[in-house]
Design a protein around this ligand. Structure first.
Ligand SMILES: Cc1ncc(COP(=O)(O)O)c(C=O)c1O
Length: 313
């Protein structure tokens, strides 16, 4: 991933040059993680036109995350949608990752946010595979983290909030330090929660199983799409709490997420999962997903928000 060649950023309603898009050191969000964000992918489609994947659902989650923390985003969904399209076009991106963020700015540093202003910004940049092209094809090696996922009685697990990611940072840093590609966090009761930035699916005897909101997960938009794709492909899908043993004895397992897309899991703490490579069902779901995001499958065109090219300024 690289921020090279990004010329423009959207900040507080205006498109400004990259170098001017700064935050003051006294910002509340910097000190306490008081902010919410989204991660959205835009794919180049068959026709060459870029299209955002499930833009509306991501923006709805953005507003819902903000509402939990009582941050009032001073823009409408339509304004943010237009800003995202304008930014992609101005930065001349075809496929990219889009990061809207809304955070508390500078006014006071009491923990209670008080009158801190709500600032908003959007970045868009090229970000290819998150866990590597090799991982997408052959699967990744993960470890069960010694860090537990926080419970919804501690923080709202269904909100995508900045400070909440310190939990994920601890888990993924520990996984990297021990030579793994990613961490899986258990919930407070020892059941499977999710990866540091992705949801988890297992396949057993032809059935596709994932956990749900009561298991301290972020309700992923890719997760939701994969459930729909799997049903469309004729598979039985079940959502229920999962134990670590369900993962260790699965025929196949994979992560889903905007960044990670659909990435097979081939090992958990050096124990081989299934055949130790991308499984057949995972591959079918992955293929349908990549057809969907590229506009090659008419069943899923409803998920795409085309980005109109602006006439060069
Ligand atoms: C903790 C966590 N879980 C799950 C996901 C997957 O969510 P989505 O598919 O909406 O990107 C993400 C990524 O946003 C995440 O950060």
């Amino acid at each position: 991933m690289s921020f090279e060649n990004i010329k423009w950023i959207w900040k507080n309603g205006e498109i400004i040059p990259w170098a001017e898009a700064t935050v003051h050191v006294s910002a509340h969000g910097l000190h306490y993680g008081s902010g919410v964000f989204e991660g959205i992918r835009c794919y180049e489609t068959e026709s060459g036109q870029p299209a955002l994947f499930r833009l509306n659902e991501h923006l709805e989650r953005f507003y819902n995350s903000a509402a939990v923390y009582n941050f009032k985003i001073p823009y409408t969904i339509e304004e943010l949608s237009d800003a995202i399209c304008e930014l992609i076009s101005l930065n001349e991106l075809k496929s990219c990752y889009v990061r809207p963020i809304c955070y508390l700015g500078s006014a006071s540093l009491g923990v209670y946010p008080g009158k801190c202003p709500v600032e908003a910004a959007i970045m868009a940049w090229s970000w290819s595979t998150y866990l590597g092209a090799e991982g997408l094809e052959n699967g990744v090696r993960v470890t069960v983290s010694p860090w537990r996922k926080f419970h919804s009685s501690m923080m709202p697990t269904t909100a995508k909030a900045c400070g909440q990611y310190l939990n994920s940072i601890l888990a993924v840093s520990d996984a990297f330090a021990r030579g793994f590609d990613e961490a899986i966090l258990l919930d407070i009761d020892g059941r499977l929660a999710e990866g540091s930035g992705e949801n988890l699916f297992v396949v057993k005897d032809g059935k596709i199983i994932t956990n749900n909101a009561s298991d301290s997960i972020l309700m992923g938009i890719t997760r939701d799409g994969v459930i729909e794709i799997a049903k469309e492909l004729g598979y039985a899908v079940e959502t229920k709490s999962l134990e670590l043993a369900d993962l260790l004895h699965a025929d196949e397992a994979f992560f889903t997420g905007t960044a990670v897309e659909i990435t097979p899991i081939r090992e958990v703490d050096n124990q081989i999962i299934g055949a130790g490579k991308r499984g057949i069902i995972t591959e079918k779901i992955q293929k349908t997903f990549f057809d969907a995001v590229a506009g090659r499958d008419s069943r899923f065109l409803k998920w795409l928000h085309p980005v109109e090219r602006l006439v060069a300024a």
